[in-house]
Design a protein around this ligand. Structure first.
Ligand code: ADP
Ligand code: ADP
Ligand code: ZN
Length: 224
C-alpha cells in the first residue's frame, strides 16, 4: 500500500466518539492514533512521575498542564510509527496547546491536513460516557447500549473476557469535563476555522455514518 502522509486532529466533547473513530481510521489508513488520554492513563498505571502528577487532575475532570502534555506529544510524534501520518485524539485541548502544536509541526516540517470537529450536544454526553467500557486486553471500545460486543462478555477483536471502565467515567465527573470542554477546549474550533482546515461532522449519527463522513474528508486529502 502506498504510504500516505496525512495528519489530522479529531476534536469534540468527552464521549463524542473521537477514540472510536480514530481507531477505525487507524485501521483503514495505517495512520496512527495518538490519544493523550490513553498516554496519560498508561502513565498513571505505570506509576511514573507524569502519571503521579496527572492522576488526581484527571479524576477531578480537570485538564492536565499544557506543558506536560506538549512535551509528551512532541516526543511521541518523533517516533517512527508516526511517519505514515497521525490522528490527534484529545490534543490539542486548549488554545496554548494548539499554538504549541503549530510551532512543533513547523519545526518538524509537518503539516495538518484537517482539524475535524465531531459535534455532539451536551445532552448526549452523560449517556455516552456512563455506558462506555473497553476490553482490558486489547483496548477495543464498547458501549452498553450503542456498541455491545457481538457475543455478550466476549471482546469482538481479541476474544478477551475482561472489561474495564474508566475511573473518570461517572455522572459527576462528566459535568466537570463538559465545563472544561466549553471553557478551555471549544475555543480551539474557531482557531482552526481561521486557518481554513476546519471540517465539522454531525456526531449524533450512528458510528458507521460518522465514519462515512470522516472517510470522505480524509480521502479528499489523499487525492489532492
Ligand atoms: P471520546 O474518545 O470522544 O471520548 P469514545 O469514542 O470513547 O469518545 O465514545 C464514547 C462512547 O460512546 C463509547 O462507549 C462508544 O462506544 C460510544 N460511541 C461512539 N460513537 C458513537 C455514536 N456515533 N453513536 C453512539 N455511541 C457512540
Ligand atoms: P475524553 O475524550 O473522554 O474527554 P480523554 O481520554 O481524552 O477523555 O482524557 C481524559 C482526561 O485526561 C481528561 O479529562 C484530562 O484530565 C486529561 N487529558 C487528556 N488529554 C489532555 C490534554 N490534551 N490536555 C490536558 N489534559 C488532558
Ligand atoms: Zn479485546
Amino acid at each position: 500500500m502506498a504510504k500516505n502522509k496525512v495528519n489530522i486532529i479529531l476534536m469534540g466533547p468527552p464521549g463524542g466518539g473521537k477514540g472510536t473513530q480514530a481507531k477505525i481510521l487507524q485501521d483503514r489508513y495505517g495512520i496512527i492514533q495518538l490519544s493523550t488520554g490513553d498516554m496519560l492513563r498508561a502513565a498513571v498505571a505505570s506509576g511514573s512521575e507524569v502519571g503521579r502528577q496527572a492522576k488526581a487532575v484527571m479524576e477531578a475532570g480537570k485538564l492536565v498542564s499544557d506543558e506536560l502534555i506538549i512535551d509528551m506529544i512532541s516526543q511521541r510524534i518523533d517516533q517512527p510509527d508516526c511517519q505514515n501520518g497521525f490522528i490527534l485524539d484529545g490534543f490539542p485541548r486548549t488554545v496554548p496547546q494548539a499554538e504549541a502544536l503549530d510551532r512543533m509541526l513547523a519545526e518538524k516540517g509537518l503539516k495538518l491536513a484537517f482539524a475535524i470537529e465531531i459535534r455532539v450536544p451536551d445532552d448526549y454526553i452523560v449517556e455516552r460516557i456512563t455506558g462506555r467500557f473497553s476490553c482490558a486486553k486489547c483496548g477495543a471500545g464498547y458501549h452498553d447500549k450503542f456498541q455491545k460486543p457481538k457475543k455478550d462478555g466476549v471482546c469482538d477483536v481479541c476474544g478477551g473476557t475482561e472489561f474495564i471502565r474508566r475511573a473518570d467515567d461517572n455522572a459527576e465527573t462528566v459535568k466537570k469535563r463538559l465545563d472544561a470542554y466549553h471553557a478551555q477546549t471549544a475555543p480551539i474550533i474557531p482557531y482552526y476555522g481561521g486557518k481554513s482546515i476546519l471540517r465539522v461532522v454531525d456526531g449524533t449519527q450512528s458510528i458507521d455514518q460518522v465514519t462515512g463522513q470522516l472517510v470522505g474528508i480524509v480521502d479528499s486529502a489523499l487525492v489532492s
